[in-house]
Design a protein around this ligand. Structure first.
Ligand code: UD1
Ligand code: CA
Length: 426
């Protein structure tokens, strides 16, 4: 059956205490919370609707620039999660398929889990399926309330719950699968007579029961996946969970992570076998790292970095948006940005690619061809090319193309004043 996804992302995110960034655009290792959700759902759905409201323009721009199959729908004012879903009713008026609803603040959900969830919905011939999980500390989540025969009764929000209901550890993950044709009329009927005065999407469960629909819960075994981000503290916890998950995956694939406690690697990084990642290394965004590389300690890869095989990126080296070809060394204290480095290049300690012009606010490329050697403490002022095999003397500032196999050096001549110190001392 055709599946449309609806991602709720209009809420203010009050508990994040942010003036500048809407909640769903906060980041985990270089990728937004909303980006994680869209990346995981887009392979399952054919068409995604992101409900925007608070900071709508920023979220609209983010979606338009990064996700071609997704559309945004404005919710203004924001009257609750049920009200948010009702915004797609006009767009999906004639749609006859499944609607998968997710929250933009739940970035740890996996694609495989969503696939299983939809399969469960179909297997059960369900009309409404909600994802739930068991939390030792269920505070702040909606609680799943069941009948004596264990079938679903309703969802009660923390703020509306009795003490007895608060003791329930089964919580609402905020992810739903709806048989749209049967459920769409619910959205005109939700009420806001609750503690927050909002139209709750969670009321869809009791609505379904009252209307004789088949309502089920899919209990997720790995509760980490539906961890919701409501505060900065939640963001830090989610980042740790995500990182641990990523590092396990790399280690399983034959990558050595010397110290998982101090290493951070994003989900969208690929790493080849027998590469060693040394402690205190931070790798964010999308990157590809080859086989047999040595990265760190204390290296920072900022995204869009492609590193081929047998490359060494040493301590206090920052790399951004660059290609580093095989057998090249960037050993110490360097910045490589917007650059293409050939094979067997050697970058001396403290080399900087000066890629940014703060007056024109433009970035330019540095191209170092195969077998180039850059002496320590050099500045390569982009746009600039060093042709094959050329050498740059230590301490040079390179502002124009250096021909193949030449030596370029801008160092002031060395002066030696014999006995200068001795004379001063008298
Ligand atoms: C919600 C659920 C709760 C569940 C939890 C899981 C409701 C009423 N409660 O609570 O049962 O356990 O998620 O994480 O649904 N949003 C809008 N428009 C609005 C309000 C919210 O788009 O008018 C969006 C938010 O941006 C957010 C999502 O909906 O992405 C959830 O809203 P939030 O306020 O975080 O709900 P919770 O209190 O976490
Ligand atoms: Ca939430």
């Amino acid at each position: 059956m055709e599946i449309k996804a609806v991602i709720l992302a209009a809420g203010k995110g009050t508990r994040m205490k942010s003036e500048t960034t809407p909640k769903v655009l906060h980041q985990i290792m270089g990728k937004t919370l909303l980006g994680y959700v869209l990346d995981n759902v887009k392979h399952i759905s054919n068409g995604e609707f992101v409900i925007v409201g608070h900071h709508a323009q920023e979220v609209e721009d983010f979606v338009a620039n990064n996700y071609s199959t997704a559309k945004t729908v404005l919710q203004s004012p924001q009257l609750g999660t049920g009200h948010a879903v009702s915004m797609v009713c006009p767009v999906l008026e004639d749609f006859e398929g499944l609607v998968l609803i997710l929250c933009g603040d739940t970035p740890l959900i996996r694609q495989e889990t969503l696939e299983k969830f939809v399969k469960f919905h179909e297997f059960k011939k369900s009309d409404i399926t909600v994802m739930s999980t068991i939390f030792d500390n269920p505070t702040n989540y909606g609680r799943i309330i069941r009948e004596n025969d264990n079938s679903l009764k309703c969802i009660v929000e923390e703020k509306d719950a009795t003490d007895e209901q608060k003791a329930v550890k089964e919580v609402n993950a905020g992810i739903y699968c709806l048989d749209w044709g049967k459920v769409k009329s619910a959205f005109g009927q939700l009420k806001s007579n609750n503690a927050q005065g909002e139209y709750y999407l969670t009321d869809i469960i009791s609505w379904g029961k009252n209307n004789g629909l088949n309502v089920n819960a899919y209990i997720l075994p790995d509760s980490d996946e539906i961890y919701g981000i409501n505060s900065r503290s939640n963001l830090a916890t989610a980042t740790k969970i995500m990182n641990k998950r990523n590092l396990e995956k790399y280690m399983e694939n034959g990558v050595t992570i010397v110290d998982p406690d101090s290493t951070w690697i994003s989900e969208d990084t690929q790493i080849g076998q027998d590469t060693i990642i040394y402690p205190a290394t931070y790798i964010e965004g999308k990157n590809i790292i080859g086989k047999n590389c040595k990265i760190g300690p204390c290296a920072h890869l900022r995204g869009d970095v492609e590193v081929l095989d047998n490359v060494k990126i040493g301590n206090f080296v920052e790399v951004k948006k660059s290609v580093i070809s095989s057998n090249t060394n960037v050993g110490h204290l360097s910045y490589i940005g917007d650059s293409e480095l050939g094979s067997r290049v050697n970058i001396g300690a403290g080399t900087i690619t000066a890629n940014y012009d703060p007056i024109t606010k433009t970035k330019s490329k540095t191209i170092l061809k195969d077998d180039v050697k850059i002496g320590s403490n050099s500045v390569l002022v982009a746009p600039v090319t060093v042709e094959k095999g050329a050498n740059v003397g230590a301490g040079s500032i390179i502002t124009k193309t250096i021909p193949a196999w030449a030596l370029a050096i801008t160092r002031a001549p060395l002066k030696i004043l014999e006995n200068w110190v001795a004379k001063k001392l008298g």
